[in-house]
Ligand binder design. Sequence first.
Ligand SMILES: [Zn+2]
Length: 195
Amino acid sequence: MQWTRSETLALAQQSCTYCHGLGLRPGRGGASTPCNCVFRAIFRACYARFRQCASKEKYVSRVSLEANPGRQRKSVWGLKNEEYIADFCLVSQRTLSEREYKIFKYHFLLGADWKLCCRKLKMDRGSFFHDVYRIEQRLGKTFRELEPYGLFPLDEYFGSTGKEKVVGALMPFPIESDDERKTRTILKFPLKEAA
Ligand SMILES: [Zn+2]
């Protein structure tokens, strides 16, 4: 996949000492690669969305599937949140090493702070944060570069995808013939007179 300068620039951390807020670093063979601060920004955006989905998941499912059983679009939207939660967890587990995933699970999925994580995993504060940084970078890169659909950008994940197209194709949609269109009565609603 291709990274553009405008994308990395928008995501880069202004105070980053490696890229100075540009989001790009010189890579192998003179080609620029995205800076780690860009990957961390992507991970944090995905993680924020994950938490948001996880906190409202039950509520959304209930509303969309029970109160509105006939509304295709609403139920698709409800399932999308659940799909994102599942993707976030599965992709992370697949990307990280066993040891990294353990830290990820305690800190990001179960919400344990650094003190609890260090005690549980028998680590010191420095190596804990070093590992957390590396985890954020690896996952941010994977979330963005994943084929065919990444978890980032979020609006693409939630807005697009083939799923809605499939739903649309399966809907029995009556197609009007030319004759039917000509003879169709146009409904005229009484217009309110302007005062
Ligand atoms: Zn940077």
